[in-house]
Design a protein around this ligand. Structure first.
Ligand code: ZN
Length: 87
């Protein structure tokens, strides 16, 4: 019984040592890329009205102007709507 007590004491001691050990920061560094908001692709043409899920969408491939990668909210602010083909 005495031995068990000593063992428990030792266990408790090691636990308190562990608790005192400097903790690793658990916060994950969020990069701009890891942002929650998804990126979409828009055509810079004045006739373009839709934002696309991917650059391989045929709606986007019709675009003769530059293609920009923007966030969904930015695309919506600029008056773009989700593409009917890829959304
Ligand atoms: Zn599309």
């Amino acid at each position: 019984m005495k031995r068990l007590l000593a063992g428990l004491l030792l266990l408790g001691l090691s636990f308190s040592v562990l608790a005192q050990a400097p903790q690793r920061p658990t916060t994950i560094h969020h990069t701009k890329k890891a942002k929650k908001e998804a990126s979409v692709y828009i055509c810079e043409s004045s006739r373009a009205y839709a934002y696309h899920n991917s650059t391989s969408c045929r709606g986007l491939q019709r675009c003769t102007h530059g293609v920009s990668k923007v966030s969904v909210s930015e695309a919506q602010e600029r008056g773009y709507r989700p593409c009917k083909i890829c959304y």
